[in-house]
Design a protein around this ligand. Structure first.
Ligand SMILES: [Zn+2]
Ligand SMILES: [Zn+2]
Length: 460
């Protein structure tokens, strides 16, 4: 049977919609600077939507990055210009400019340039995250802000600490798991399995020169060691959430990783988030999850895959025990036709898409539809992740309407534990990457939609 997606294959989404790019409704964190991998919504749509909440903010960000335009900024993410292109002279300047991009009144949205001479923006002393133009705004904002102040305090520490990942001062623990892999089913068991190694790693980072430089550069006192350790652990879950979520999918679907030549996972709709500054060893943990596997091939496919990523060819036969990362720039249904159907690239044993966001707007839904139908009609085991319970419910509804056969969904035991702030709307409840997952396989008209809704509403 010809997949229904074929009928739509010429209908490519307009490029301005940034198809296949993470555009969640909730998270807009456009300021990775040189510090870290970009957070979600780095695409133009997310970037310019900042203006709706805080007029002038996107220009302020570009100015602080010494960039003339969003295009120039994106060129860096695409791998077309060096990261050092941001041109900071020293860590102090970098951290200062990064902090400046958060400097707008959380209540009236005034930017520093819009304030009268006598006024300055002052931080909320509790979270050191949001700013106010004066006591009136702070007071009026408190009923809303108090609900998120504590969580935003963590965000403010994490966004500084991410620098340690980029400088290499914080290296994630690695090496085969010292226990039966099946016993590691969540972060709790992961942390207890890695605890000896992790304690040593965390001590080393806390005592590192980079940590000293960081807190000498940011203009705020160094927090207590337990606060810093908590932050490092959150960053670690954030970095490992993606590889371990792939493992969750392989496990949940009972996919055989003992296939000669290797098993293949396509990460569909991959963008800078998955590919900018990503190193091959970042996915080693996925391999350790399946001791004895005969090779795991992870192929990132999306129109915003960073340029450097596309150059690694994926060998047809993998060595047992190796995890191989590669990328392909383009739309998935084109990739399917040109690479998978022709046999040039391995057929996927699993497809994963992180935060596709198709629930968020009709444009994104239109962009995703050919891919969703292809995955359904070819009966490709598929796992998608979403940021929140609300997005889970909306996404399930859409997948039910598309007659996909949903085999599992729920809270992801390997969700990132790092809160994500809605950048230009800081009082919005923070969300977590890969918080929930949905797995579907093929098509089904059997599902009772009402039952599904009830299950979701009742919590998962
Ligand atoms: Zn104000
Ligand atoms: Zn606060």
């Amino acid at each position: 049977m010809a997949p229904r997606s074929r009928q739509r294959r010429h209908k490519k989404p307009p490029s301005s919609v940034a198809p296949m790019v993470v555009t969640p409704s909730t998270v807009v964190t456009p300021v990775p600077l040189t510090l870290s991998k970009p957070d979600p919504s780095i695409d133009a749509l997310g970037f310019f939507s900042l203006e709706n909440n805080v007029p002038g903010l996107s220009q302020l960000i570009l100015q602080k990055l010494s960039m003339k335009s969003y295009e120039e900024y994106k060129l860096v993410l695409d791998g077309g210009a060096s990261v050092s292109g941001f041109g900071f002279r020293c860590p102090q300047e970098m951290f200062q400019k990064m902090e400046d991009t958060f400097r707008f009144c959380a209540h009236c949205r005034a930017l520093p340039s819009g304030l009268s001479d006598s006024k300055v923006l002052r931080q909320c002393k509790r979270c050191r995250n949001v700013y106010y133009c004066g006591p009136e705004c702070q007071r009026s904002d408190w009923p809303a802000h108090r609900k998120v102040c504590q969580e935003l305090r963590l965000v403010a520490v994490d966004r500084l600490m991410e620098w340690l990942l980029v400088t290499g001062a914080f290296v994630l623990p690695s090496g085969p798991w010292p226990c039966l892999a099946e016993t590691v089913q969540s972060w709790d068991t992961w942390f207890s399995m890695r605890h000896l190694q992790l304690d040593a790693t965390l001590d080393a980072v806390l005592g590192s020169h980079a940590m000293t430089t960081l807190w000498a550069s940011v203009g705020r006192p160094r927090p207590d060691p337990d606060v810093l350790q908590g932050s490092l652990k959150r960053l670690l879950t954030d970095a490992l959430s993606r590889p371990l979520t792939l493992g969750l999918g392989l496990r949940a679907l009972g996919i055989n990783v003992g296939k000669i030549g290797g098993s293949t996972v396509h990460v569909v709709g991959a963008s800078h988030v998955e590919t900018f500054l990503t190193r091959p060893e970042d996915y080693d943990e996925l391999g350790y999850m399946f001791p004895g596997h005969l090779g795991l091939r992870v192929i990132m496919v999306g129109i915003d895959v960073s340029a450097g990523f596309t150059q690694n060819p994926s060998p047809p036969i993998l060595e047992p025990g190796t995890v191989q990362l590669s990328g392909h720039r383009g739309l998935y249904h084109d990739f399917w036709e040109e690479e998978v159907e022709t046999g040039r690239i391995a057929h996927p044993d699993l497809v994963v898409t992180f935060h596709p966001g198709f629930h968020a707007s009709p444009d994104l839904m239109e962009a995703w539809l050919p891919t969703l139908l292809l995955l359904r009609d070819y009966e490709i085991p598929t796992l998608i992740t979403v940021y929140s319970h609300q997005e889970l419910a909306a996404s399930l509804q859409i997948l039910v309407d598309l007659d996909t056969n949903i085999t599992a969904y729920g809270a992801n035991p390997f969700a990132s534990l790092k809160p994500e702030q809605a950048y230009s709307n800081p009082n919005k409840q923070p969300v977590y990457c890969n918080a929930y997952y949905i797995i579907f396989l093929g098509s089904s008209c059997q599902l009772d939609r009402r039952q599904l809704e009830e299950k979701v509403d009742g919590g998962v």
